[in-house]
Design a protein around this ligand. Structure first.
Ligand SMILES: [Zn+2]
Length: 189
């Protein structure tokens, strides 16, 4: 774990020999220091104090929220990792989150008509900005869905030319090199 990591209740932070457990932590029966709340992990390397600074409810996405995030990795053929940066409210206003949270997008939830052969790479690419819905009650990681007319990839660049891809029917195309990319895009913005 590095500085400013987000811990969830029960998450292991360190062992007792490394840090002195402070606020919002406890020691389990094996001598591991764990978090009691969802919050930011704070370490003091001089005093060897570790504590968790709780995050208040509104800074966390919740089930049903529409979020804006960036695809940062593919775990495998079926699951993409999305860093959640903002919540989009009903009036379109973006509420920027104090911390970026991890979301997981499974291919079954990533398009309106997934087939057993659909790869996550057919619907999103690394670096894409997506609009998605939080479907899990708890997180992080938050489980995401892009099913729905207004959800999907809202911004993507060509991995070769670094220019923004344009929508062409149901796919995206690079205006520079002409390459076609499969994505799940919103039908309405
Ligand atoms: Zn290109």
């Amino acid at each position: 774990m590095s500085e400013n990591d987000i811990a969830v209740p029960g998450e292991e932070l360190c062992v007792i020999e490394e840090f002195v457990p402070g606020a919002y932590t406890y020691i389990d029966e094996r001598g591991n220091v764990r978090a009691t709340v969802t919050g930011v992990v704070k370490r003091d390397l001089k005093t060897h104090d570790i504590h968790v600074q709780p995050i208040k409810g509104r800074q966390l996405p919740s089930q049903g929220d529409i979020i804006i995030g960036k695809v940062v990795a593919m775990l495998n053929e079926k699951v993409a990792v999305v860093k959640i940066y903002a919540i989009q409210r009903d009036n379109g206003r973006l509420e920027i989150l104090k911390h970026a949270y991890t979301g997981l997008l499974h291919v079954v939830q990533a398009s309106d008509q997934p087939t057993p052969n659909t790869s996550i790479k057919d619907v999103v690419g690394i670096g894409d900005i997506v609009r998605a819905r939080v479907i899990s009650v708890k997180g992080p990681p938050f489980l995401l869905s892009m099913k729905g007319q207004n959800l999907g990839v809202i911004y993507a660049v060509c991995p070769y030319c670094r220019v923004e891809l344009r929508r062409r029917g149901r796919v995206l195309q690079c205006p520079s090199c002409g390459q076609i990319f499969k994505r799940k895009t919103p039908i309405v913005d």
